[in-house]
Design a protein around this ligand. Structure first.
Ligand code: GLU
Length: 475
């Protein structure tokens, strides 16, 4: 049974890097019919930001990443907040103490600083294990509890993505297991929890590679086999060189919701940052993605965050929604923004769906009046002639003929194509600008709008003729 976990620290909002880790761990578990656990690593009380846990849960829910065990739903290995598991860490601490692998740290801050300065003066790295106290005494819970590295040696291990990795003795030191405030360190707590929760595979960023020898040494001291480890590739900014910064898009994932991105697109896009399926498919639902997920295809090299591709992918996912679903989501976002849905929104739907890359774009088009031509169009005489390259008399004559041509198209045959087919030869004969410009401006009332054939099709034969008649009167 494959068991993976996503173990965020509640130190702020969820950004795309964290979400990508969650998606990989989730997809791997789903692919293998395993379990996916959400665990909150809240042991650093100084860095904790109020509201982060709710924010993490809301972000994952919005994205459709579901967990089988977690702080909100419980499960057989709970609690899932590390701050509620202090007894468990103490239990493991006792085991280590009994085996001689842990001891209380007797030094004051100043003493430690003295050791550090001495190492610096002697031009050697500061290692706590060079200063192990000879007679540390019993741990009363008020001093930090340190791990006593059992054997100082080189470690070599296999990372599922990076292959064989190795680090020498300098990477090992007597790190803190439990701080003087009673909370465990990440280094200790995650190992205990992964063991207790039966985690088989750990996925995380490359910042943890340098600490892995310490973890391996602790696994050895506890006499347990470490889970498999997979280091995910770093996410690079658009230049493909530097790590993705906040400015390039490493923002709160819920900002994407506010901008009108589809959660399906975010999941799809992030899953492809460092992985792609064998069949090269690009646009996938979360279920398809989990079905195709293959950890051996995760790349080592950094993956570039390309927001042009994200916008494209969002458009693709919006296209996959039914009209009802699209309108439903649009309405929710409109309400959130306090904007009002114009009455003609349903009629504008085909255009909106064709153009908008995000629901936010669709809302801007609607509230900006881009499709107000459904209700009315009152172009001025100047606008009618602005791009016509002909005088009022010539344009008036052209529009008169145009009405006759359109009249010959039956209501049933009325479409963008049929209108174009009939109008185009005439326009070509007398000058395209002198027909198509005034036709388009008449129907839309605006300088910029969809093409005249699309407009005629959307407005229908009657309205098209009425508007053309009014333009003739104006001219
Ligand atoms: N709590 C760690 C973090 O948020 C998780 C690292 C891990 O997955 O082991 O960075």
């Amino acid at each position: 049974m494959i068991i993976t976990r996503f173990a965020p620290s509640p130190t702020g909002f969820m950004h795309v890097g964290g979400v990508r880790t969650a998606i990989f761990a989730w997809a791997f578990a789903r692919k293998h019919g395993g379990r996916f656990i959400l665990r909150i690593e809240d042991t650093d009380k100084e860095r904790e930001v109020a509201g982060s846990i709710e924010h993490i849960i809301e972000s994952l829910r919005w994205l459709g990443i579901t967990w089988d065990e977690g702080p909100d739903i419980g499960g057989p290995h709970g609690p899932y907040l590390q701050s509620q598991r202090l007894e468990t860490y103490k239990r493991y601490a006792q085991i280590l103490i009994e085996r001689g692998y842990a001891y209380p740290d007797p030094y004051t801050e100043d003493e430690l600083e003295g050791f550090r300065l001495l190492a610096e003066a002697e031009k050697r790295p500061f290692l706590y294990r060079d200063h192990r106290p000879h007679n540390p005494g019993a741990w009363d819970g008020t001093q930090p509890l340190r791990f006593r590295v059992p054997e100082v040696k080189r470690y070599t291990w296999t990372d599922l993505v990076r292959g064989e990795l190795s680090a020498g003795e300098e990477a090992l030191d007597d790190f803190i297991l439990i701080k003087s405030d009673g909370y465990p360190t990440y280094n200790f707590a995650h190992i205990v929890d992964d063991l207790e929760m039966g985690v088989t595979h750990i996925m995380r960023g490359e910042e943890f590679i340098s600490s892995t020898p310490k973890f391996l040494s602790l696994y050895e001291a506890l006499g347990i086999t470490p889970p498999e480890m997979a280091t995910l590739p770093v996410i690079l900014g658009p230049d493909g060189k530097k790590k993705l910064s906040k400015r390039d898009g490493a923002k709160d994932v819920l900002d994407y919701r506010r901008e009108g991105y589809a959660p399906e697109a975010i999941v799809n896009f992030l899953a492809l940052l460092g992985w792609h399926p064998e069949d090269e498919s690009e646009v996938m639902s979360a279920a398809e993605l989990a079905e195709k997920f293959d950890i051996s295809r995760v790349q080592k090299a950094g993956a570039k965050f390309d927001d042009v591709k994200l916008a494209w992918m969002n458009h693709e996912h919006l296209k996959r929604l039914s009209d009802d679903e699209f309108m439903g989501r649009l309405t929710i976002l409109m309400d959130e923004r306090g904007a009002e849905m114009p009455r003609y929104a349903t009629r504008a739907l085909p255009l909106l769906r064709e153009r908008a890359q995000t629901l936010g774009n669709a809302i801007e088009s609607l509230t900006g009046g881009e499709f107000a031509f459904f209700e009315e169009a009152t172009p001025s005489k100047d606008l009618l002639l602005a791009g016509a390259k002909a005088d009022a008399e010539a344009v008036r004559k052209n529009l008169t003929v145009l009405i006759e041509i359109l009249d010959d198209i039956s209501e049933r045959a009325w479409s963008g194509e049929s209108v174009k087919e009939q109008v185009f030869p005439f326009a070509t004969e007398v000058g395209r600008s002198a027909v198509l410009w005034p036709m388009r401006v008449t129907l839309s009332g605006r300088e910029k709008s969809p093409d005249p054939f699309t407009l005629a099709a959307l407005l229908g034969k009657e309205v098209t003729k009425q508007r053309l008649t009014k333009a003739i009167e104006l001219l």
